[in-house]
Each structure stands twice: as C-alpha cells, then as structure tokens.
Design a protein around this ligand. Structure first.
Ligand code: GDP
Length: 478
C-alpha cells in the first residue's frame, strides 16, 4: 500500500472482487502482490521469482529462439500397479543400452537414455525411471513440467484400473501426449481388444478404430514389440517438435536428490535448456554449489550435458528437493545470493500456503468469470454410479460454453479420494461429488491444499451452481 501509494482498503477490495479474501495483517504472496500492482499499472520485477503458472514455458526465452535445435523427448511411464511399468523400463534399457555398452555400469540415477535408429538417423529417447506417477504428480503440483510424452501401461489380462484412469487424467490435465502400451500380450488370457474397448470408454480411441491414440501391444517380460513402441515415441516427439538452445547456460529440474555418506549431497538434474558443465555455479531451489563432477546414466564421467539429458552431479552444499528448478549463474557468489533469496521466497510461500489464501473454489472461479478472466473451469466429478456420471457429463456438455469452457479432468463413480484432491490441487480444479461421500483423509487433504469439494444430491442444483460460476453469478460467500 505504501509503495503503491494506495489505501489498504482499496487493495483489499480489489482482491475481494478477484475472489481472494485477505485481511489487513496478512502477507500477500508474490503472485497476488503482482496481481494488485499490475492492476494499478505498476510492473513488478523479481528476476529470481517464478510463478507456478508460467514455469512450464519459462524454460525457453526470446534469445533462445534463434538457436533452437531439436532435443530428445523425455518420457514418463505410468499405469496401474503390477501392470508392468518397472519391467518395461528395465527391458527397454536392457535391449537398447546393453548392446553398445559392454561392461558399462548400470547406474540408476532416475533417468536413462536409449539410442535408436530412426529413418537412418541416430535418435535418443530419455526415460524417467523414478516411480513415474509420483514424480509426475508432485512436480506438476509445483508447476514444473518435465515430461514430454507419457506412456500408459495397461496389462492386457487385467484392463483399465483406478490408477489407469488417474494416469489418463493426469496426462490430460498436463496436456502431455499419451501413448498406450498394451502389455503382457504373451499371456494366454490377454485380450487387447477388450483393453481398447475399455480405453475407448475413457476417451482414448485407438488409431485402428479411427481415433487418435497410438496403442502398441507389447510384452515387457519377453521384450516383444519394444522397437515399435520406441518408434511411436519418436514419431510423436517429431510432431511435438521439441527443441532447446544448447548454446547458453543450463536450466532444468532436479529429478532426484539424496545425501551420500561419502560423496555428500548428490542430485540428478534433467537439463531442459542450455548445456550444463562441470565447474558451473548452480542454484537448485534454495541450495547452491559449484559442480565438481558429473556422471551420466551409463556411469561415465562427463564434462557437459545437453538438453533432455540427465546427469548426477556432485558439489551442492545441501540436498535440494526433487522438483526444484535449477539455474546456472556466473559466480558462486551470485549463486549464493539467489539461493538465499529463493529460500526466503520458499519460506514465505509455505507460510502463505498454510494460510491458504489462494484457494480455488467455485466462488473464486465465479469471481474470475465476472472479471472476464476465467477461460476454463476444471472439474473433477465423482458420483455414486456410472449412470449418474454419464447423466451429469451429458448435462454439463449442454451448458453454454462460449466464454468459459468446462474441462472435466476426471469423472468416475466412487468416493472422493485423497488422490482426487491432489489432482484438483495440481490442476486448479473443483471437485464435484454427487450422491457420494468422502473417503477418510480427503477432507483433511482438501483443507490443507485449499481444494473446494462440493457435494450435491440434486442434479439441477449442481448444474445451477456450475452455470452460475461460469457466468460469474455465484455469491462470493458460497
Ligand atoms: P509395476 O508395478 O507396474 O512396475 O509392474 P512390474 O513391472 O513390477 O510387473 C508386475 C508383474 O507383472 C511382475 O511379476 C512382472 O514379471 C509381470 N509382467 C510384467 N510385464 C509382463 C509381460 O509382458 N508379460 C508377463 N507375462 N508378465 C509381465
């Protein structure tokens, strides 16, 4: 208020109309402060601060545009437990890496790359082999995008299961292209057509049925058809035209980190832009250091790592968090200053989260709609039975969506679970429960993460509220 030369009450009122209720003793986080300042025509300049919403695109900036070269895709494998994620990761690695790397040490650093030949050219694919799902969700919740393509593993003898649906929702929410690996086709009871049918019901229609989802039957255990799967990954990545600028200092994301008793803090960094080099002064989250040594996924010491590759590094002062972004600075001194500033921002934002002043609720969304700022209304729908799910989806589709589009990230029968809450928090969605209850722990999680769960038992009341929110008519106090 002092800096902007504006009465406090004006700031409080302006936030209130954006659906953010604050009182005079509260500290605003950076995004909110920026919102206020920009409305008053004041630009906010904080070079080291990053808002979650813009992180995904921030890996590249304007200077990079003249220097872009294609980079390999970074792939995450997702799917229900026991459907064969680990086996698939292992057998791809074995079939592709062992060949040229006789005696090469198998180094588990959280990511590995394979070389394949495609149309006469050598191509690489990078796989994240951290337990896919969690890494994906946790990083997304923090606004970081590390995955270019998701491979969804579905066991042909088991079919679509809860975590399969979750994985589909997550990929959809993150707008990451998805390829299905129908696994375990070596089993006598395998029925790939049934899997295709079940996936079609989830909105993934196979290409051979006229849809646009690539589905590849494989046997991870026997190593069958893996080449075709890899080929499809390359084809999808070509369409995506993934690129980065290797001629600049590196930036990217921490994939894994731990304290090694003899080597000190060890972190695996995924380079997303630029080239990372031994000797670089880096900041990862609130931690800084100078890179002493780098080892790649095949156990080789390397001097440099280019975009899409992951390396394990030594030299950080402390252990960063998986999902933290890293950046390279000119000097260790500068790196230290930035790390200190980041530590402060982290403390503030934790405090802020604790006060959960940035809840996404149907009424805050309504306030955004009123301001004309709302473009998409993200929903997660849980209902008692499949019939209700379909009835509600059908009715939602009929609501006018000229100004605001409804995006249903997940719709399924069952209780509202903690996972639903996590997905809602990660994607700024509101959870709609119809004739259903909350699983234990979900209320607590929703309160912690500032997620709005709305329960209904009358369809028209549900539709009324959604339509009201889209039109910006919902009362703020609701
Ligand atoms: P994850 O939980 O998804 O990582 O699944 P795992 O990779 O641990 O596999 C679960 C079980 O399925 C293991 O016993 C694997 O040996 C088995 N499995 C994985 N892929 C195949 C396959 O293609 N064919 C057969 N018959 N079994 C498989």
């Amino acid at each position: 208020s002092d800096l902007l030369n504006t009465p406090e009450t004006d700031i409080i009122r302006s936030l209130f109309f954006k659906g953010i209720a604050v009182n005079i003793t509260q500290t605003l986080d950076l995004d909110t402060a920026r919102l206020v300042a920009e409305e008053l025509g004041v630009a906010v300049d904080t070079p080291e601060a990053k808002s979650a919403a813009t992180k995904e695109t921030e890996m590249l900036n304007e200077e990079d545009l003249d220097n872009l070269v294609l980079r390999p895709p970074v792939v995450t494998i997702m799917g229900h437990v026991d459907h064969g994620k680990t086996t698939l990761l292992d057998s791809i690695r074995k079939s592709k890496v062992a060949q040229g790397e006789a005696g090469g040490i198998t180094q588990h650093i959280g990511a590995y790359h394979v070389d394949i030949e495609h149309e006469g050219k050598e191509q690489q694919i990078v796989f994240l082999d951290t337990p896919g799902h969690e890494a994906f969700t946790a990083m997304r919740a923090r606004g970081t995008r590390v995955t270019d393509i998701a491979v969804l593993v579905v066991a042909a003898d088991d079919g679509v299961q809860p975590q399969t649906k979750e994985a589909i929702s997550h990929a959809k929410a993150a707008e990451v292209p998805l390829i299905v690996a129908i696994n375990k086709v070596d089993k006598p009871e395998a029925n790939p057509d049934r899997i295709k049918q079940e996936l079609t019901e989830q909105g993934l229609v196979p290409e051979d049925w006229g849809g646009d989802t690539t589905m590849v039957p494989v046997s991870a255990l026997k190593g069958e058809n893996l080449d075709e799967l890899l080929e499809m990954i390359v084809l999808v990545s070509e369409i995506e035209e993934l690129s980065a600028n290797p001629n600049r200092t590196a930036k990217g994301t921490v994939i894994e980190a731990h304290l090694d008793r003899t080597r000190g803090p060890v972190a695996t960094l995924l380079v997303q832009n630029g080239t990372l080099r031994v000797g670089d002064s880096i900041v990862a989250g609130s931690v800084f250091g100078k890179i002493r040594a780098m080892v790649d996924d095949r156990g080789h010491k390397v001097e440099a790592a280019s975009p899409s590759f992951a390396v394990e590094i030594l030299g950080l002062g402390e252990v960063p968090e998986a999902g933290d972004e890293f950046d390279v600075y000119l000097s260790e001194k500068e790196a230290r200053a930035v790390a200190d500033a980041n530590a402060e921002i982290q403390r503030d934002s934790r405090l802020q989260q604790a006060m959960s002043s940035r809840r996404v609720s149907l009424s805050t969304l309504s306030a955004q709609a009123q301001e004309g700022e709302l473009k998409e209304l993200n929903l997660i729908l849980k209902a008692d039975v499949q019939g209700s799910v379909e009835a509600i989806l059908g009715s939602l589709q009929q609501l006018p969506q000229n100004e605001v589009q409804i995006r249903v990230l997940l719709a399924s029968p069952g209780e509202v679970t903690e996972t639903d809450v996590d997905l809602a928090a990660a994607s700024g969605a509101v959870i709609i429960g119809f004739n259903t209850t909350l699983a234990s722990g979900s209320r607590q999680a929703a309160d912690n993460e500032g997620v709005d769960i709305r329960q209904y038992n009358i369809i028209y009341k549900l539709l009324d509220d959604i339509q009201g929110a889209m039109e910006g008519l919902l009362d703020p106090e609701e």
